[in-house]
Write a protein that binds this ligand. Structure first.
Ligand SMILES: [Zn+2]
Length: 96
């Protein structure tokens, strides 16, 4: 089932920490996990590109990893992106 912008939750909880979800233009990006602001930003074009669910999952996994203390001191940015991308892709392809 294709997710629409109206289906996005206003916030999610990640181990008891509320993380807001906001739709915002992000030049050059489809999503961004802002740890300091405890906010996931998603660009509106993620909907038209059919990658909204995957983007939400990807950014959520970034928040989860950060909450677990898996920081750039532990894993490289590339590995961090591979983990988020591959897990989000699998969850999204099963509409999870
Ligand atoms: Zn990422």
């Amino acid at each position: 089932m294709t997710m629409k912008l109206k289906d996005l939750p206003k916030s999610i909880n990640v181990y008891g920490q509320r993380t807001k979800i906001q739709v915002k233009e992000l030049p050059g990006l489809v999503g961004k996990a802002d740890f300091r602001r405890k906010t996931i930003f998603i660009t509106p074009t993620a909907e038209s590109e059919g990658i909204l669910r995957e983007t939400l999952l990807h950014e959520t996994i970034h928040i989860i990893l950060n909450r677990l203390g898996i920081t750039p001191q532990l894993v490289s940015h590339e590995v961090d992106e591979i983990i988020c991308e591959t897990i989000a892709k699998c969850l999204a392809e099963n509409d999870l």
